[in-house]
Design a protein. Structure first.
Length: 339
């Protein structure tokens, strides 16, 4: 089961880091709801959802003659019914002596991180959100904010990437997604419970620096897309989650990596390509040399897709790469039986 109650408190701090710290800026969550304009009825307490099969894992085994590394594509916000995880993930976790994430768990759970995140979200040059947004976009955002009795001035201290991220988090919350139920958070807590060593591929400072260095023009373009199509955002997030849940690599690639590359190419390079290039040598170190024991590496699914992804880069280095997916073989078996 996903973490909850007392066990989820560190994860809840992450939720604040990722956007709900903007409660100080006059209720962003209610603003997100106004933007979403979602009309779907909420489930009642009497509703009993049918049990779902575990999500099809985006899991690969990368190996040489001596060592193996499992590489798992995570979805950072999940729902209660996305659990339990696949038995493939359970087996990879049990077989691994160390679990490595994008950022070490101790950094993600550091109470000081909220302040770091807010500092990175601010303008370093004294500008404001009102100044950087085009007039038409600023007016549209102001109209949306006015529905909740606030104004853009209350968001002026934050760069567009942070406002956009926070609005998306608001919508995801309304759809039932929770950061504390994300696959990476679940595995962090599993590692803690089992006493498994953990590590990270980069520091939280590096991650924040990457977010903060994305071009302002592309930050504004992403926020504009959100504000131009607010009612489409829940469907887009739902499609992305469905593609991840079904293990549909082609669809997930089209919805995430290809879309990002087309619309915000410089952000794509900074957030995806350059970080992948920095991670691959670290994974190589886990594989090369004398036998060290197996490791499970958990990163966002985006980083495993396409020719720019970690999987293809490791394959190009000459390692043996195989997808670990028991569920993927089920249709083929059924087809054979039908003949």
């Amino acid at each position: 089961m996903p973490p909850r109650d007392a066990e989820s408190r560190p994860a809840m701090r992450r939720l604040k880091i990722l956007g709900l710290s903007l409660l100080a800026a006059a209720g962003l969550m209610s603003v997100a709801l106004a933007v979403e304009q979602a009309k779907s009825p909420a489930p009642t307490a009497a509703t009993v959802a049918p049990a779902k099969a575990p999500p099809v894992p985006l899991l690969w085994k990368v190996s040489d003659r001596d060592n193996a590394v499992y590489v798992l594509g995570s979805f950072h916000l999940l729902k209660q019914d996305d659990y339990p995880v696949s038995a493939d993930i359970d087996r990879a976790f049990e077989a691994s002596g160390k679990i490595v994430f994008e950022v070490p768990p101790e950094e993600m759970n550091d109470p000081a991180m909220a302040q770091k995140f807010l500092a990175a979200a601010g303008f370093a040059d004294g500008r404001t959100l009102s100044q950087v947004l085009p007039a038409s976009l600023r007016e549209k955002f102001n109209r949306i904010l006015a529905q909740r009795g606030v104004s853009i001035a209350q968001f002026d201290g934050y760069e567009p990437w942070f406002v956009n991220l926070s609005l998306m988090l608001g919508i995801s919350q309304q759809m039932g997604f929770r950061p504390e139920q994300g696959l990476d958070q679940y595995l962090m807590q599993q590692a803690l419970a089992k006493g498994k060593p953990t590590g990270g591929l980069e520091s939280i400072d590096t991650q924040l620096q990457v977010l903060d260095s994305t071009p302002m023009t592309e930050q504004i373009a992403s926020l504009k897309e959100f504000l131009d199509k607010p009612t489409e955002m829940p469907g887009m997030l739902g499609d992305l989650h469905d593609a991840w849940r079904s293990g549909d690599l082609a669809r997930l690639d089209a919805l995430s990596r290809e879309d990002m590359l087309e619309k915000t190419p410089q952000t794509y390079r900074l957030i995806n390509v350059e970080r992948n290039d920095a991670w691959v040598p670290q994974i190589q170190q886990m594989l090369d040399g004398v036998k060290k024991g197996e490791t499970l590496v958990v990163v966002g699914a985006l980083h495993l897709l396409g020719d720019d992804g970690v999987i293809e880069k490791l394959r190009a280095k000459g390692y043996t790469v195989e997808r670990v997916c028991s569920a993927c073989a089920v249709p083929a078996v059924g087809a054979a039986e039908a003949k």
